[in-house]
Design a protein. Structure first.
Length: 296
């Protein structure tokens, strides 16, 4: 999702190298080494990863830990070997301790126990961030920065309920309920957990903004909205956009993850960037994308 949005929003004066998985396997260091040696990029934007929602993380912890660690390690070490001096690495707000006070400040990483439902993924993201930091510590010419986006949604999202995050899963669920005339839609938990979801187009715009001011950007920085909504409020907004008039019920037996996950945007505001899409605008665009591409 993120990579596709970055490509979609790219300025015309950049030449992009965007290999598919079939062309470049990030789990194979030798293949990656040869690819970077042949293409010699000026900067790498690392958006690749094994990602999914709570169900997938709980069911596949080994895959989420090992493959994400291997991708990060291979990419950073191959970049260093091939003298690629600049990189923007995407972290995740799940890197923060489960009991950390909100809003989540960058210095809280590794200051407490992680949320168990996505611990493997979080460990892999922390590993990659720290490896980039250590590489720069040993040699200042390598400037590998990590940004930590809040939760994301948007075009090119995953809508399959086996792999999707909350918001695209809710879009699909509510759309189906409307199409099939269902009067009730289930929400996991009590719906009071709070989440900060940013439209992925906004994150893509931030990436290009950060590249234009790369040297000024902090080495580790949250990218988010600075405000959040309850799960119930997201469902209500999606229902409004789709035109669903049924009611919601809560399944209290289902996992909900952290009660709140709101990132601190003090550094982001000082850097001079702010997201431009409202929640309703973002959901409308995402729903249009769903109808055009996944409504079957």
């Amino acid at each position: 999702m993120v990579g596709s949005n970055i490509i979609d929003r790219a300025p015309q004066n950049f030449q992009l190298i965007t290999p598919k998985h079939e062309e470049l396997n990030l789990l194979n260091f030798n293949d990656l080494d040869r690819f970077l040696n042949a293409n010699k990029p000026d900067i790498i934007i690392h958006t690749a990863g094994i990602v999914g929602g709570i169900q997938s993380n709980i069911a596949n912890p080994v895959k989420y830990l090992v493959e994400n660690v291997d991708m990060g390690r291979n990419l950073l070490l191959a970049a260093k070997k091939n003298e690629v001096k600049r990189m923007i690495n995407l972290g995740s707000s799940c890197m923060y301790p489960k009991d950390a006070p909100n809003p989540l400040k960058e210095e809280l990483i590794l200051k407490g126990e992680l949320e168990p439902t996505n611990e493997g993924y979080a460990i892999a993201k922390i590993y990659t961030q720290r490896l980039g930091e250590y590489i720069k510590r040993e040699d200042q010419q390598f400037n590998y920065k990590t940004i930590i986006p809040c939760n994301l949604y948007g075009k090119w999202d995953k809508f399959d309920p086996r792999y999707s995050h909350m918001l695209p899963a809710a879009i699909r669920k509510i759309h189906k309920a409307k199409e099939e005339g269902q009067d009730v839609v289930e929400i996991w938990g009590d719906g009071l957990a709070r989440r900060e979801f940013m439209f992925a187009t906004d994150l893509a715009d931030f990436i290009w903004f950060a590249i234009s001011k790369f040297d000024e950007a902090p080495d580790l920085m949250n990218v988010g909205l600075g405000y959040d909504y309850t799960i119930n409020e997201y469902y209500q907004m999606i229902a409004k956009v789709i035109g669903y008039t049924g009611r919601f019920v809560h399944n209290l037996s289902k996992p909900v993850g952290m009660k709140q996950k709101l990132v601190d945007i003090t550094k982001l505001e000082a850097f001079g960037w702010k997201a431009s899409h409202s929640l309703e605008e973002g959901i409308k665009d995402t729903y249009r994308f769903f109808l055009d591409n996944y409504n079957n």
